[in-house]
Design a protein around this ligand. Structure first.
Ligand SMILES: O=C(O)CCC(=O)C(=O)O
Length: 279
């Protein structure tokens, strides 16, 4: 049987940002951080039923289909349509429990909208969450059918797993050449032609995948996965899941991106006008 080479993601107990930047960030590898959030009341309280009962009428962004079923992407990686309506949380949770639905609440800034939920986590007191340049926390609520296709982000990511487990498949930026990415300068340049969970094992359609090294791990409640910027990742939920995600930028990363922004803008503009004139 043909498979990819795999590597284990290391697990390290870490509660302090200083320790994270001293011991973990320099390795430039994904890591699972443990023991940081075990004391959060959310760990005991948050379930799908609890969220539906306490905050069911809040309007939340909900995907009703795989990203590539609601976005049409041409070969050049330009997006034609994006569709992610807001619906009441209780309706989203009922939808994800229907047999043929893949409803998935994603990127919901729940803690900005609910001080009740915010009081159940340690963002204001726990050092690991004290990044100066942290994005708002985003909540994802899913079912065992939820799947996020392979992509990378331009900032490092911490995802705290509160309920249920997820399988993360992660690839280093140096393996991009084996992952069939869309053109880097296109709107979908951070996604690849590998759209589904099944595609990840389809070595007939994607033969170069065999050469990639997959860092694979199952992340459980109470654990935080750290994904460095530009590392590819796809995520499948194993059961009903609730997780909190944020990105942060270090001063060095901000400076690097600020310096390259004008050049990237020019290259993107040129790329898009070239591909429009060829269409
Ligand atoms: O948990 C997920 O489904 C996707 C998370 C993810 O890809 C991210 O936070 O960048």
């Amino acid at each position: 049987m043909v498979t990819m080479q795999t590597r284990e993601v290391e697990r390290i107990a870490c509660k302090s940002l200083k320790e994270f930047f001293r011991e973990i960030r320099p390795s430039r590898c994904p890591v699972v951080l443990t023991e940081a959030v075990d004391h959060w009341p959310a760990m005991q309280l948050w379930t799908h039923d609890y969220l539906a009962d306490t905050l069911g009428s809040l309007m939340v962004p909900c995907e009703r289909a795989n990203l590539f079923d609601c976005v049409t992407v041409n070969d050049k990686g330009s997006i034609q349509r994006v569709d992610r309506p807001r619906i009441p949380l209780s309706q989203a949770i009922s939808a994800m429990r229907e047999p043929n639905s893949i409803a998935y609440v994603t990127e919901w800034q729940a803690l900005e909208e609910s001080s009740h939920l915010r009081s159940q986590v340690g963002l204001d007191s726990d050092d690991l969450f004290a990044h100066k340049n942290r994005s708002p926390m985003q909540m994802y609520i899913g079912s065992q059918k939820s799947y996020t296709p392979l992509h990378f982000d331009r900032a490092p990511n911490f995802t705290t797993h509160i309920r249920g487990s997820k399988t993360w498949k992660i690839f280093a930026p140096r393996d991009s050449k084996y992952l069939y990415p869309y053109p880097r300068l296109s709107q979908m340049g951070h996604f690849t032609h590998i759209h589904t969970k099944e595609d990840m094992n389809d070595f007939n359609r994607f033969p170069k995948l065999r050469n990639a090294v997959c860092w694979e791990t199952e992340v459980h409640p109470g654990e935080i996965i750290y994904i460095p910027e530009y590392w590819w990742h796809s995520v499948s939920s194993i059961d009903e899941t609730i997780s909190l995600h944020f990105f942060f930028k270090t001063p060095l990363l901000r400076a690097k991106q600020a310096l390259t922004k004008p050049l990237n803008w020019l290259l993107r503009r040129r790329f898009n006008s070239d591909s429009n004139s060829k269409n």
